[in-house]
Write a protein that binds this ligand. Structure first.
Ligand SMILES: *Cc1c(COP(=O)(O)O)cnc(C)c1O
Length: 358
């Protein structure tokens, strides 16, 4: 069976090169005589793999010295609690921008731990756009201001960042490493790996050092940033194989020329799809033009039966997982870093052909 073009939102397509390397090293990693999966995390061989992955993150994102890079478990969802437990302890207040389902989930979770203020929300418009806010309205005394840089389900993306005095915390799960960000603009960045970093099972956290050491006493130690930083993310057993796989994917990204190079390709891929959607008679984009995501392109025909038929026909043609999230309906093409330009070309060609025949 040939590999298909996989447009799933996450877990998502990964670079074939990384998968091939993993396959070739499956039984025996270098001269270790064993699979990475079988290695103790306390040994020299595994520490080398771990350090390599961290170094690649630091290189790709130009992470400054005064930031810690952590590899944790529990997904982005556990960070919805970890962020307030670690940070919402000085004023006990935080600002949240409600731009999608994950953003909303994060603010609901944070309410368990302190005073959450919703600065702006696009919930009433089913999150078809990034909510509008005024930087002057941000709470400068809040412990942090929280955003979701790319809204995976609705297909929207912030094109500018809130600028206030409180540290900015960003859930970058679905667009980390896809475009250039200046880490200095953030107090904390986190991302589940399964969209743009590697396989599911590991969550990347990048946190500025001055924000460490103020966690609530009830914070579980496995999500206490200071304790995990002091332990090199190995307070307990880390997700060893997921980190190894992430390292292979990060290496691939470096070989593509890094984040600025892949950003150009990502812009080109997204443009191909949106240009077609804008001229199509049958398919229409669901997100507002000014808020469009480069990673998750949401669209529909306006007829649910036609949507379902299209998804079925596309699957037959080797273009899979195009069904949209139930909160939006229609279709969603997730076109992360590892989706080749060729895959997007094939999709657009297929949509053109489909349109010509219905
Ligand atoms: C996928 C996703 C999540 C949830 O990630 P889990 O690893 O399943 O917890 C959270 N936020 C965003 C933006 C996502 O895309």
């Amino acid at each position: 069976m040939d590999r298909v073009y996989n447009f799933a939102a996450g877990p998502a397509t990964m670079p074939e090169e990384a998968l091939r390397t993993a396959a070739s090293e499956m039984l025996c990693w270098r001269d270790s005589g064993m699979s990475v999966m079988e290695m103790t995390h306390r040994g020299k061989a595994y520490q080398e793999i771990f350090n390599d992955a961290e170094a690649r993150v630091r290189d790709l994102m130009k992470v400054p010295e005064n930031y810690k890079v952590l590899f944790l478990q529990g997904g982005a969802t556990l960070q919805f609690a970890a962020v307030p437990m670690n940070l919402m302890t000085v004023s006990g207040r935080a600002d949240y921008l409600d731009s999608g389902n994950f953003a909303h989930g994060a603010l609901v979770e944070a309410k368990k731990y302190g005073e959450v203020r919703t600065v702006a929300s696009s919930r009433e418009d089913n999150y078809a756009h990034i909510p509008e806010w005024n930087d002057a309205d941000l709470d400068d005394g809040a412990d942090y201001c929280y955003i979701t840089t790319n809204n995976t389900i609705f297909g929207t993306r912030y094109s500018r960042l809130p600028k206030g005095k409180a540290p900015l915390v960003a859930d970058m799960s679905s667009n980390i490493l896809s475009e250039v960000y200046d880490v200095n603009d953030f107090g904390l960045i986190f991302a589940g790996a399964q969209k743009n970093i590697g396989p599911a099972g590991v969550t990347l956290v990048i946190v500025r050092e001055d924000l460490l050491g103020r966690a609530m006493p009830i914070t579980p130690k496995a999500i206490n940033y200071l304790q995990q930083a002091d332990a090199g993310s190995m307070l307990n057993t880390p997700p060893t194989y997921a980190i190894y796989m992430a390292g292979l994917c990060l290496k691939w990204l470096q070989e593509q020329g890094g984040v600025s190079a892949i950003e150009k390709i990502n812009i080109e891929k997204a443009k191909m799809l949106y240009d077609f959607l804008d001229e199509s008679r049958l398919f229409h984009g669901t997100a507002d033009k000014g808020s469009r995501s480069r990673m998750n392109v949401t669209f529909r025909t306006g007829n649910e039966d036609t949507d379902a038929d299209f998804v079925k026909a596309a699957t037959k043609a080797g273009l899979v997982s195009l069904k949209g999230h139930r909160l939006v309906g229609g279709m969603r093409a997730s076109i992360y870093n590892a989706m080749p330009v060729e895959g997007v070309k094939k999709l657009v060609e297929f949509m053109k052909e489909y349109e010509a025949h219905v």
